[in-house]
Ligand binder design. Structure first.
Ligand SMILES: [Fe+2]
Length: 520
């Protein structure tokens, strides 16, 4: 049996995925975890070799059309990139000493995003929404997706916006203006938004947004805004207005699609903007079912490209698809460290595919301790204002969080702004799930769990379901029996600016350098 090797590389956060001819996902990982360069755009020999260890290849599936991308690069004045041949698929692979003689199939960027979402979902049909910074030309697309009678996925594009009109580029431009790193630290801007006042909304909206219904923008924000733009404004206030406009634009897009295709109950949301868990929490009010694959950005599109080449629904078993650290999940050892030292690392089983650690490459802590947030932030070299996320046994979600309805108003609704309001209906209880930290909930007892609650009382929750077979479930059950607390603080096992720990050698380095035990 031979495999499809999906590749996303050359822009940022390169990744590879291996899918066999039964649709099993054998391997999926980020290049940065091997090269140790955060968001590394380039492939490396180590990740390719690990992918090839799963068997011979019948096809390489590339996540975008390089020549089409070059036409956009010419248009946007990126001449050195447009005329370079080094970023073409064969050349990138040859630079690693890997000569693949078989076919390389290039799929469109947004279609790869769409397939990574739809073909890992359980839906037979869905509206698939993709929002990112830029594909080849595309910045926002929506697709009507289903399967034909032979089980092959079909995609009909029903909405499109293209460069330079881009909600993703707007968010990245404001990330840069707020002193953060664009295309990397957008999630920090999202967290910062809870601290600001929504005083710049109108100015920002009037200056940049043209027609929100069509997602046309007045300015090309590809290279950001002038550093003196809105001189004197607080970064927190810029963050609030940015988040507010983003929520508004997404709400407009989704509401329009929901009304036009009212017979379809399922939504798949993909692209880098789908990592905005605050906005996601409001969007799912519209649909009966929402699926956001845990790696919706470009790295995840390596899986989408492989899915398109394979053609049918993938056998999605969960996000634990990367390098394996074999052995039983070390529950006893973790509990012992938590009881004695309150903070512990874990590196066990297969690494998560996606930017969030979900229990296999995690730094865990007791969320009830008053000073634990500062201690973990100090270990991770993070800004003190940033909160941490909890993982919780799902049967206790209602006890500690407003899980049955959206309790938090949209950022934009917290202060007067000329925005639409989402219907605010109850969420079906099954959608209280947030297995991959895609959503935020309001904490009912913020005083009891200071380490995992943001300044607006929200928490980005990872729910661990009853039928979860991972070590995290067993660990939380043991922790609850001992402490009557059904949750743990869970953050990724890395420090700011570095990739998450991948193998045991990385874990040993982390343990030695930062003085925190890492259990395997
Ligand atoms: Fe993308």
């Amino acid at each position: 049996m031979s495999n499809y090797l999906g590749i996303s590389a050359g822009f940022h956060d390169a990744g590879v995925s291996v899918v066999n001819s039964n649709g099993d996902i054998l391997f999926a990982a980020h290049a940065e975890r091997y090269s140790k360069k955060k968001n590394d755009p380039m492939l490396n020999t180590a990740i390719i070799n690990e992918a090839l260890s799963y068997g011979s290849l019948k096809q390489i599936a590339w996540y975008e059309k390089p020549w089409l991308k070059k036409t956009r690069q010419l248009y946007s004045g990126e001449y050195s990139r447009a005329f370079s041949l080094r970023d073409l698929p064969k050349q990138q692979l040859a630079s690693l000493g890997y000569k693949f003689t078989g076919p390389i199939k290039c799929h469109k960027h947004h279609l790869s995003h769409a397939a990574a979402g739809f073909q890992t979902s359980l839906f037979d049909e869905a509206i698939v929404v993709v929002v990112d910074a830029i594909g080849e030309w595309d910045t926002y697309t929506a697709w009507l997706a289903d399967y034909d009678k032979n089980g092959y996925a079909r995609y009909k594009r029903i909405m499109r916006q293209h460069y330079p009109h881009s909600l993703g580029l707007f968010y990245s431009a404001m990330t840069k203006r707020a002193g953060l790193k664009p295309l990397e630290e957008e999630y920090i801007l999202m967290g910062m938004a809870a601290y600001g006042k929504n005083i710049w909304y109108k100015k920002m909206y009037n200056e940049f947004v043209d027609k929100d219904i069509k997602q046309t923008w007045r300015k090309n924000l590809h290279i950001g805004v002038d550093k003196h733009w809105l001189n004197g404004a607080l970064n927190e206030d810029i963050a609030t207005a940015t988040q507010s406009i983003t929520e508004h634009c997404l709400a407009i897009m989704m509401t329009q699609l929901h009304e036009t295709y009212s017979g379809i109950k399922n939504c798949v949301f993909m692209g880098g903007v789908a990592l905005n868990c605050v906005a996601n929490s409001h969007l799912r009010q519209l649909w009966d079912n929402v699926w956001i694959m845990p790696n919706p950005g470009d790295c995840g599109s390596s899986l989408g490209a492989a899915a398109l080449s394979y053609g049918k629904r993938l056998n999605w078993q969960g996000p634990y698809l990367g390098t394996d650290i074999p052995g039983e999940y070390p529950c006893e050892e973790i509990i012992s460290e938590l009881l004695n030292n309150k903070i512990v690392g874990v590196a066990s089983g297969r690494a998560e595919f996606g930017p969030r650690a979900l229990g296999n490459r995690s730094l865990l802590a007791d969320p009830r301790e008053l000073d634990i947030k500062d201690k973990v932030n100090a270990i991770k070299r993070r800004q003190n204002f940033r909160p941490f996320a909890p993982m919780i046994l799902i049967e206790f979600l209602d006890r500690h969080f407003e899980a049955q309805h959206i309790a938090l108003p949209m950022v934009s609704e917290r202060q007067p702004a000329p925005l639409i309001k989402l219907p605010g209906k109850l969420i079906p209880s099954k959608l209280g799930e947030s297995s991959f930290m895609q959503y935020v909930f309001e904490c009912k007892q913020p005083d009891l769990f200071p380490a995992i609650v943001h300044v607006d009382n929200s928490s980005r929750v990872q729910t661990v379901s009853k039928n979860d077979k991972t070590g995290a479930r067993k660990l939380l059950e043991m922790w609850y029996t001992l402490t009557n607390c059904p949750m743990l603080l869970n953050t990724s096992l890395n420090i700011r600016g570095e990739p998450i720990v991948n193998d045991r050698a990385d874990a040993d380095r982390f343990e030695k350098k930062y003085g925190v035990k890492v259990c395997s």
